[in-house]
Design a protein around this ligand. Structure first.
Ligand code: ATP
Ligand code: FE
Length: 340
């Protein structure tokens, strides 16, 4: 079975071809136009998707060594994401599937960040059901209980900013370019995580909050820079390490709580922030310390990519479950916000 997958929910135009659960190609065109604005500009994103989609799909087919006539189905990201961006991928996928007269499979982006763990990779041990997934990305922060491919329940999520946003906004305050998450990670490696202390928010249950931390960092920055204009330059690595340390602690506190609450000790991470070295290390430590089994996706499956859409497409195709995404929202607040 060959599945072509298309992902265009935010600012990356991506296409992949899977042969069953194996990736044959995984192409991403990153959009550089947003850098000068310090964030994604939706209108520019959809225009860039329109320019990129045809060459990206061609490249994915070419790298996979197949033609579009070989395809069994087309999978695409139906949401959540930016409306104009999603529309480009959706229209393209729909017309291609219609033209080829093959099934069209809609995929939930957050479910895909989780199911990316089921892409078959040499030497990669897949999680077994049930497991907990911590989806940490630019737009979401969720703890999800995964009982099967299509039976997932959100146990907790952010009430305000996503963790990726917390990284990016902190970086912006420090004058780092967008997206700042990977840079904070880079500088943090040579800094002292306990140099500066930022208080952790108090949020009930398994929900998260990051907007208070952002404000705390802004006040800290303003106060220190008023006293010494070169403060950031002098202490960049320590500041980044301290911010990262605080954010990782917030995540780890909640996932520990989720393990306690559910009794499930398998923990998988997904989404762009799972590229972060701090969270990767914290999870490894937890394996030794608490006897958890943890799962960290291959780097290319962490930030937005189409292979993760392809694996969900394949699993749905096999299951003949072409429309029902099975991503259950039990969180009252989320229910009003997100509809899949
Ligand atoms: P969503 O998946 O919620 O719709 P998105 O698709 O825009 O959001 P991703 O591409 O999954 O988000 O993740 C992008 C985020 O990951 C950005 O906020 C980026 O800063 C962050 N990120 C990437 N690498 C790292 C890293 N090494 N450390 C910290 N953050 C990182
Ligand atoms: Fe994403």
């Amino acid at each position: 079975t060959y599945i072509l997958a298309i992902e265009s929910s935010c600012d990356d135009t991506a296409a992949a071809v899977l042969d069953n659960d194996k990736t044959l190609s995984n192409v991403v065109a990153r959009q550089a136009v947003h850098e000068e604005y310090g964030g994604v500009v939706p209108e520019l994103a959809s225009r860039a998707h329109q320019q990129n989609i045809v060459p990206v799909v061609h490249q994915a087919l070419k790298k996979a060594g197949i033609t579009k006539e070989d395809l069994s189905a087309v999978a695409f990201t139906s949401g959540p994401g930016l409306m104009g961006s999603l529309l480009v991928g959706t229209s393209f996928a729909k017309s291609l599937a219609m033209g080829l007269d093959i099934p069209l499979i809609d995929v939930n982006h957050m479910q895909a960040h989780i199911l990316a763990h089921f892409i078959d990779e040499e030497g990669y041990d897949k999680p077994k059901f049930p497991f907990l997934a911590l989806t940490i990305s630019g737009g979401h922060t969720q703890v999800v209980q995964v009982d099967s491919y299509f039976d997932m329940t959100i146990l907790g999520q952010t009430l305000d900013d996503a963790v990726g946003e917390a990284f990016d906004k902190s970086a912006k305050i420090l004058g780092l370019p967008y997206p700042g998450g990977p840079l904070i990670d880079k500088y943090a490696q040579s800094g002292n995580p306990k140099a500066f202390k930022f208080t952790k928010p108090k949020v009930d249950g398994l929900d998260f909050s990051f907007s208070g931390l952002k404000t705390a960092i802004l006040y800290f920055y303003q106060k220190e820079v008023a006293a010494d204009p070169d403060f950031v330059e002098k202490h960049r690595d320590d500041i980044c390490a301290s911010i990262q340390y605080t954010i990782i602690n917030i995540l780890m506190d909640k996932i520990k709580k989720a393990v306690k609450q559910t009794g499930i000790r398998q923990v998988a991470i997904g989404g762009g922030v799972s590229a972060n070295s701090g969270i990767r290390k914290a999870l490894k430590d937890a394996e030794a310390k608490y006897g958890w089994k943890t799962f960290v996706p291959k780097f290319e499956y962490t930030t937005d990519n189409a292979a993760m859409i392809g694996i969900v497409g394949y699993l749905k195709y096999k299951d003949e479950n072409l429309q029902d995404s099975g991503y259950v929202e039990t969180h009252a607040r989320a229910q009003s916000r997100l509809k899949f």
